[in-house]
Design a binder for this molecule. Sequence first.
Ligand code: C2E
Ligand code: CA
Ligand code: CA
Length: 326
Amino acid sequence: MTPSVGIAKHDGAALTPEQLLRHAEQAMNAAKSTGTGAIRLYDESMDAEAQRRFALDAQLKHALERGEFTVHYQPQLDLASGELYACEALLRWKSARLGPVFPDEFIPLAEENGYILDIGAWVLEQACRDAVTWSERDLSIRGVAVNVSVLQFIQPGFAPLVRDTLARTGLEPGSLELEITESLLAADTQSAVATLTALKAIGVRLSIDDFGTGYSSLSQLKHFPIDRIKIDRAFIRDLHTDSQDAAITDAIIAMAGSLGLRVLAEGVETEEHLERLMAAGCDEIQGYWLGRPQPAEALLEDLERIDALLDRLHRGVRATPIARAS
Ligand code: C2E
Ligand code: CA
Ligand code: CA
């Protein structure tokens, strides 16, 4: 049980019982959004938060049918081969009324209200279509990674949806990776294993996102048929100055290696990060150093720059350039 507690005080102002209860509820919602097991006391800023949520909800409901979403892609590099392991699909929303809204703000709301089911299915389809285009153009991008929310994952129809989307778009199952958060594994182990097994049977790859921020342990991972883990960027940011972050990162890389899992480090922003991770034996990296998330067309134009960057890094080690002459 993980309660979220909201407290409102009657401080003598002319509040009706209904208003007092509403304040308590707003405080509880604020507590919920800060994480599990939090306690918040009502204050006036929560009115503004509540209004923002209300506005977001009203717009989010129609965003898909209004065509307000796009998918951006961020490259992930395989350090050993120097090839692009995959690109991660990251959702972008430009609301006609509210302007651009960050995923960190609207995804939790979409999960709460269930909109993420339709939105997530749309992202999956879009990402598969774009990945088919890359393979047709003979670019050596090995696939696409799509974020899956826990709510999507626990739907009984999720594995069939993935299978149908692959069939419809013509993408090789091995070119699709699904990124799942750690919290899923903690939630309900048995049914999680069943769904993961069904997905593995289809042939897709599975990874654990934001590893290290949840409550699962590396020993738990052996029960799950996953291919890789992504170390959360919180551990990478101060890698070269914070010895604890460095120790955790090294431990994750070493233990994942002995469990036969691949490891990707997120949030690699500098060459210092990169060198430290290469020395630690990390398999893959993703982050601003290599490239920011961008629309599919822009990514393709950016491949030459990425090639030049990797050439400088690897001088001659790489077998094939990423942007092949078309
Ligand atoms: P995530 O899955 O951990 O995605 C990585 C986030 O880190 C992205 O933020 C990306 O833009 C950012 N990032 C990448 N490299 C760097 C770096 O070097 N430095 C820094 N500071 N940040 C970097 P974004 O695109 O804002 O997405 C935030 C979160 O929203 C994602 O975190 C993911 O949990 C969620 N999300 C995005 N798209 C989808 C989607 O289609 N479905 C679902 N369910 N969730 C999504
Ligand atoms: Ca992700
Ligand atoms: Ca992540």
